[in-house]
Design a binder for this molecule. Structure first.
Ligand code: ARG
Length: 433
């Protein structure tokens, strides 16, 4: 026997139910606690505007809190035949409280219910992501300080270019994460608006107090226009996906660097044996599978905005069931990203750095600009100094002085890590009250 909130006396075809519900029940379990929190705020508001009595409210709230406990203890399930979390919660209430349970849906629709759930869920997920980003950020900053003076080659066109350092390399990824954090904060701000009261997407003839539910749910403001509130389904997910993709692009890039620096031809970094993987045929192999999987996962995560854009492009205004499919794209992605961030943090806590890399004669030419600049300081015009050093290289008589003296803001000798940390602190403060 199927149980639909919209049951009007006919039994919908089983095939239709399977196809339209899909794996939505499992995905909805992640929304369950937010659904209950949304309902508690909604019924408090219904009581204030006279659609529920104080007595009814005093029976409904504990019953909803009970459901909340069952969700937190992992006992809550969405039964077979029940379409979604919104229906399940209403069924439980009606089962336990009879007619009172049937009153809670006044002035709302599953359309604004799922919207509220998603906004609350994304707020928490974005906070979780920001915490994981910050853990990796802190690791990178401390590695940057620890290896501040260890030089490594800098490349352009993948050709040896100029001296760089492990301090700059680690510090660069830390600062790059602050740019990603701007995207996380932007997504958070878009999610942090209350759609409740938009009902099916066009509001209600009840005098709903939307300021009250906004306050109760801790949103920064209502999504005022009810149609805009419904339009935020899709828009919010795309903002979240853009933030995820932004972090993933930084992390994927870092993973690629590690794979390359671990390559025997570079050999700049290594990891303890137990953090590497082997080959079934080549006994000597110590492979960087962790960073390869990370690179692959991060590349996939970067396709999220695209996937969502294609799924939602040209949908008509108002609710459309296609929107349900976004959960399947975004929900696993937040877990995947946090997993990758934590894995990167773990691996980097064990990274080993090769010292004195630039003493190898293969990097002799990396010092040409240092030598040109020294001549400039001593009075030679830049182009003349460039020519002199260039000719010495060309005629194979160039001998590097191997002295690196970079002092300006953000350079090898002055990576400005404290200022970068300030940027991150400021951004983290914007995540939640
Ligand atoms: N599972 C649905 C979703 O995610 C809930 C909303 C259903 N609304 C409707 N009008 N069928 O979109």
């Amino acid at each position: 026997m199927t149980k639909q909130l919209w049951n009007k006396g006919f039994e919908p075809d089983k095939m239709i139910e399977r196809f339209t519900v899909g794996n939505d029940r499992e995905l909805d379990l992640r929304l369950a606690r937010y659904d209950v929190l949304g309902s508690i705020a909604h019924i408090k508001m219904l009581c204030k505007i006279g659609l529920l009595t104080e007595e009814e409210l005093s029976r409904l709230v504990p019953a909803l809190e009970d459901i909340l406990h069952s969700i937190e203890s992992g006992e809550f399930t969405i039964e077979d035949g029940v379409e979604d979390v919104h229906s399940q919660v209403e069924f439980i209430l009606t089962e336990r409280l009879g007619d009172i349970g049937k009153k809670i849906h006044s002035g709302r629709s599953r359309n604004d219910q799922v919207l509220v759930d998603l906004k609350l869920f994304f707020r928490d997920e974005l906070k979780r992501i920001s915490e994981a980003v910050n853990r990796l950020f802190t690791r990178l900053q401390s590695l940057s300080e620890e290896h501040r003076d260890k030089l490594m080659p800098g490349y352009t066109h993948l050709q040896v270019a100029m001296p760089s350092s492990f301090g700059l390399w680690f510090g660069a990824y830390a600062e790059s994460l602050t740019d990603d954090m701007q995207m996380v904060v932007a997504a958070y701000n878009i999610a942090n608006q209350n759609p409740l009261g938009s009902a099916a997407g066009y509001g209600s003839s009840f005098p709903l107090d939307r300021e009250m539910t906004t306050e109760l749910l801790g949103f920064s403001n209502p999504h005022y226009n009810v149609v805009a509130a419904q339009m935020s389904r899709g828009k919010t997910e795309r903002a979240v996906a853009a933030a995820i993709a932004s972090v993933a692009s930084t992390l994927g890039h870092l993973a690629m660097d590690v794979c390359m620096w671990m390559c025997n031809n570079f050999g700049f970094v290594s990891f303890p044996d137990e953090l590497t993987t082997g080959s079934s045929i080549m006994p000597h192999k110590k492979n960087p599978d962790v960073f390869e999987i990370m690179r692959g996962k991060c590349n996939r995560l970067q396709s999220l905005p695209n996937e969502l854009t294609i799924l939602t492009a040209n949908l008509p205004l108002g609710y459309n069931r296609d929107l349900q499919l976004m959960k399947d794209i975004v929900f696993p992605a937040t877990d995947e990203l946090v997993d990758c961030l934590d894995m990167a943090d773990f691996m980097l806590s064990h990274i080993r750095i090769k010292e004195n890399i630039l003493d190898d004669p293969r990097y002799d030419y990396i010092f040409t600009v240092e030598d040109v600049n020294r001549m400039v300081v001593e009075g030679t015009p830049f182009r003349d100094a460039y020519k002199k050093v260039g000719m010495a290289v060309q005629e194979k008589r160039y001998k590097p002085t191997r002295e690196v003296h970079h002092t300006h803001l953000g350079s090898i000798g002055n990576p400005a890590n404290e200022r970068i940390a300030d940027k991150m602190t400021l951004l983290l403060k914007k995540m939640g009250k």
